[in-house]
Ligand binder design. Structure first.
Ligand code: C2E
Ligand code: CA
Ligand code: CA
Ligand code: CA
Length: 279
């Protein structure tokens, strides 16, 4: 069974080509990868902008292919979304991340939270709430320790259905974060309609801070909006001290980016947490 997904996996075959990068051999390799256990989770710290203490982690999926190396999620998530494999991968990721958080907490000796990306197809899947309940029950986490990251697009596909799912998530005390906030095509009305707790400012608005007056204005507007709607804000993609300082001065409470921690394997995250209690 081992020989299927190897060097052949990246041979591009125009005859079979769908949209760019949707190549069918990569897709075949993914099914094999599930069987071989090649998917794993990385964890990126989300820190308090002021104290820089780790508050939680975002779970980011990785595919470690034996010959291709690390295949980025930008390549395999869209395929999984198209063929439905995302339901299986996403369910696994949610449960594994909840279990992992328990271990993080034991080492850190304090409460943390875990933030998990939920794709549009996963969100719409009939089994999604069962998957959520199973992850919470199996891991023993409190619902409130779980943040589910969805995009504006996910909400807009079917707002009536979204409203019912979100209210059921809220019953479980799980929090909803809007990922890549400001990049989707949607009105702000949904902030009133849906029970949302967190806005994640997209990296594209952070990248050119503090130099860009336009990006500064957008970040300020988001922070102001969040303050008045009682939402928390995470700034994504913070890479420099200047960016962190700029955001902190304007009331941004949480930071996620290479400056305060890259996505890392669980054992590396554990070491960072261990170090933080001795600091
Ligand atoms: P995202 O949810 O917006 O995740 C943030 C991305 O920004 C991650 O890329 C992360 O590694 C990257 N990042 C974090 N800090 C910095 C920084 O300071 N600078 C720069 N340049 N980049 C930074 P990654 O891990 O490649 O993931 C890409 C996307 O793939 C994610 O975007 C998300 O949409 C999707 N994805 C990843 N894991 C999962 C998953 O488990 N399920 C689902 N449905 N989607 C996932
Ligand atoms: Ca995310
Ligand atoms: Ca994001
Ligand atoms: Ca993104």
């Amino acid at each position: 069974a081992k020989e299927t997904g190897k060097a052949r996996a990246l041979v591009y075959s125009p005859a079979l080509a769908g949209p760019p990068q949707h190549d069918i051999s990569l897709e075949a390799a993914m099914f094999q990868a599930v069987r071989e256990g090649e998917f794993l989770l990385y964890y990126q710290p989300i820190v308090d902008a002021h104290t820089r203490e780790i508050q939680g982690f975002e779970t980011l999926m990785r595919w470690k292919h034996p010959t291709l190396g690390m295949v980025p999620p930008a390549r395999f998530i869209p395929i999984a979304e198209t063929n439905g494999l995302i339901n299986l991968l996403g369910a696994w990721a949610l449960k594994a991340a909840c279990v992992q958080l328990k271990q993080f907490e034991e080492v850190a000796k304090r409460s943390l939270y875990i933030s998990v990306n939920i794709s549009p197809r996963q969100f719409r899947n009939d089994k999604f709430l069962d998957v959520l309940d199973d992850a919470i029950a199996f891991s023993g986490l409190l619902g409130e320790q779980l943040v589910l990251e969805i995009t504006e697009g996910t909400l807009m596909i079917d707002p009536v259905h979204a409203e019912s799912i979100l209210s059921k998530m809220a019953e479980r005390k799980a929090r909803i974060a809007i990922d890549d906030f400001g990049t989707g095509y949607s009105s702000l009305a949904y902030l009133k309609r849906f029970p949302i707790s967190v806005l994640k400012i997209d990296r594209t608005f952070i990248r050119d801070l503090p130099g860009s007056a336009k990006d500064g204005a957008i970040c300020n507007a988001v922070l102001d909006l969040a303050k008045h709607l009682d939402l928390s804000v995470v700034a994504e993609g913070v890479e420099t001290e200047e960016q962190l300082q700029y955001l902190e001065e304007r009331g941004c409470q949480y930071i996620q980016g290479y400056l305060t921690g890259k996505p890392m394997a669980a054992n590396v995250a554990l070491a960072a947490l261990k170090e933080s209690i001795h600091a």
